[in-house]
Write a protein that binds this ligand. Structure first.
Ligand code: NAP
Length: 477
């Protein structure tokens, strides 16, 4: 299966030239380099942007019905059982996601395509506003080429949640995907083409991070969105800012997961494990800081440790695997360093705290870290892997204070059956989303994004499709 993925994709794509400039498929389970890809030259980038610009001039005239048909066809391609298996295996090959989760991710991509195919006409319909004019209204028009810089952790989902609304709004997209998922990037381009979108409406640019600057500066590119780390987001926003181009940034997070005395403890523990371990802990909205009130802390921590120890670590291609390798060796080394530094600053390891050596890849054991004081570097850091930080607090107010004591503000989950505590948590937590008695998750129907250093702007929902449009005011007398 893996071999056929590599051969088929490689045969189909002309831009693969076998060079090694850091864009490569490296299997994180075996550390084997499967294939390297030469980055596009300046001339090739220029040609692709010219094609995108030309495509935009006609694509912007295409009506919603036709755009919807193409997006629904993309959903069908994703849902086809053979395709779905193929795309899922490609993700698992390139970044190590457990295969069951990869299959779920492909399904979710189909969902977001269907959602915007159905909802976009209403979201982008003209809105009448009564003024001193004979008639006045607001209409939504596309901007042109939008650059999407995307991360490897959800290699399909991150792209589809950008592309579905952007293309429905009449924009065209160019994708700079993470350097370790080039075959996913090429497969996604192919899906849009096979679905019927005209050539040039969605293109993958196999380029390095350093080449992004030139693309942003190109006058044909009208706006950019980046999902990834803070340094990458800050760099892109600075370049775009100098060009007066809009950006949306979806950056890191260190989401709190607050458990109060009245919580359903079994449900809280089960969800806590899932919320921390999804994608082997490499999710921006993973719960990362577990803040538990003293009354139930002993019980919670005991159950949490037992559940971590039960998780099945191993080959992510196997259906029963729950924890796969980290996507790259650099991520593994950084995580390992974070935990070691935490220990030297007085933290205690309750379980894990070391690599797993059952296979040669980038494996790290599910780990729980406790006794973390505010002067411990890990207190303010994001841990991008299977490492949970546990804090004990005396009461609700202290829990919220600790939760907000973070540079990030992406999501927050809190567990209590007390309605007054719900109100307090919803109003006091500094985050882009608050989930009560549930795990923070993205949903095409709800806006998604953060505050503070987690970024700005929103994806998904009504708000997401309005990010990259000209909100045009019309006044007629
Ligand atoms: P990353 O290094 O920032 O990479 C993300 C993307 O940005 C990649 O395509 C990368 O390309 C590119 N990039 C890196 N530096 C750049 C620069 N200076 N200019 C332009 N592009 C640049 O992120 P990561 O560490 O792989 O991803 C993990 C981070 O993403 C975590 O902090 C996580 O929380 C965050 N994340 C956030 C969300 C969200 O929705 N808020 C979702 C998922 C992940 P190369 O691969 O070529 O370097």
């Amino acid at each position: 299966m893996i071999g056929s993925i590599v051969i088929v994709i490689a045969d189909l794509e002309q831009s693969l030239r076998g060079g090694d400039m850091g864009i490569a498929t490296v299997n994180p389970t075996t550390l084997e380099t499967i294939q390297s890809f030469a980055p596009l030259s300046a001339d090739q980038i220029h040609a692709k942007l010219a094609l995108a610009d030309e495509a935009f001039q006609s694509y912007r005239q295409v009506d919603f019905a036709e755009r919807s048909q193409w997006l629904l066809r993309a959903a069908e391609l994703l849902e086809d059982p053979n395709h779905r298996q193929y795309y899922a295996a490609l993700m698992t090959l390139e970044m190590g996601k457990p295969i069951q989760e990869a299959l779920g991710e492909v399904k979710k991509c189909a969902w977001v395509c269907r959602y915007y195919a159905e909802q976009a006409p209403a979201f982008l319909a003209n809105q009448s506003v009564a003024t001193d004019a004979q008639s006045s209204w607001v209409c939504y028009q596309p901007l042109g080429i939008i650059l999407a810089v995307m991360p490897w952790n959800f290699p399909f989902w991150q792209v589809f949640r950008f592309a579905a609304p952007a293309l429905m709004a009449g924009n065209v997209g160019v994708l700079k995907h993470a350097s370790n998922v080039p075959q996913c990037a090429l497969a996604i381009e192919k899906i849009f083409l096979e679905a019927g979108f005209p050539t040039g409406v969605f293109q993958t640019l196999l380029i390095s991070a350093q080449q992004v600057e030139k693309v942003v500066q190109d006058p044909r590119v009208k706006a950019a969105t980046l999902t990834g780390s803070e340094p990458a987001g800050a760099s892109l926003a600075a370049i775009a800012g100098r060009q007066i181009k809009k950006t949306v940034l979806e950056l890191g997070g260190s989401d709190p997961f607050i458990v109060l005395e009245s919580a359903d403890l079994e449900a809280a523990v089960t969800t806590a494990v899932k919320a921390r371990m999804l994608n082997t802990g490499q999710s921006c909205i993973a719960a990362k800081r577990f803040i538990v009130v003293d009354e139930i802390a002993d019980q919670f921590i005991q159950k949490f440790i037992a559940a971590f120890a039960d998780l099945s670590v191993g080959d992510p291609m196997q259906a029963h695997t729950e924890i796969g390798p980290l996507a790259t060796t650099a991520i593994l080394e950084e995580l390992e360093q974070q935990v070691q530094t935490a220990i030297t600053h007085g933290a205690q390891i309750l379980t894990g705290g070391q690599r797993w050596n059952g296979l040669p890849g980038n494996f790290y054991l599910p780990t729980i870290v406790a006794e973390i004081t505010a002067d411990n570097p890990i207190y303010y850091q994001e841990c991008f892997g299977p490492v949970a930080l546990v804090f004990r607090v005396p009461d609700l107010a202290t829990a919220v204070k600790l939760a907000n004591d973070s540079p990030f503000g992406l999501g927050a989950s809190a567990w209590t059956t007390d309605p007054q505590e719900h109100d307090y948590l919803i109003t006091q937590l500094d985050a882009g989303a608050v989930f009560i008695n549930g795990m923070v998750k993205s949903d095409p129907r709800l806006p998604f994004g953060g505050i503070k250093r987690s970024g700005y702007g929103r994806e998904l929902g009504l708000q997401g499709i309005h990010e990259f449009v000209n909100i045009k005011t019309v006044w007629v007398k």
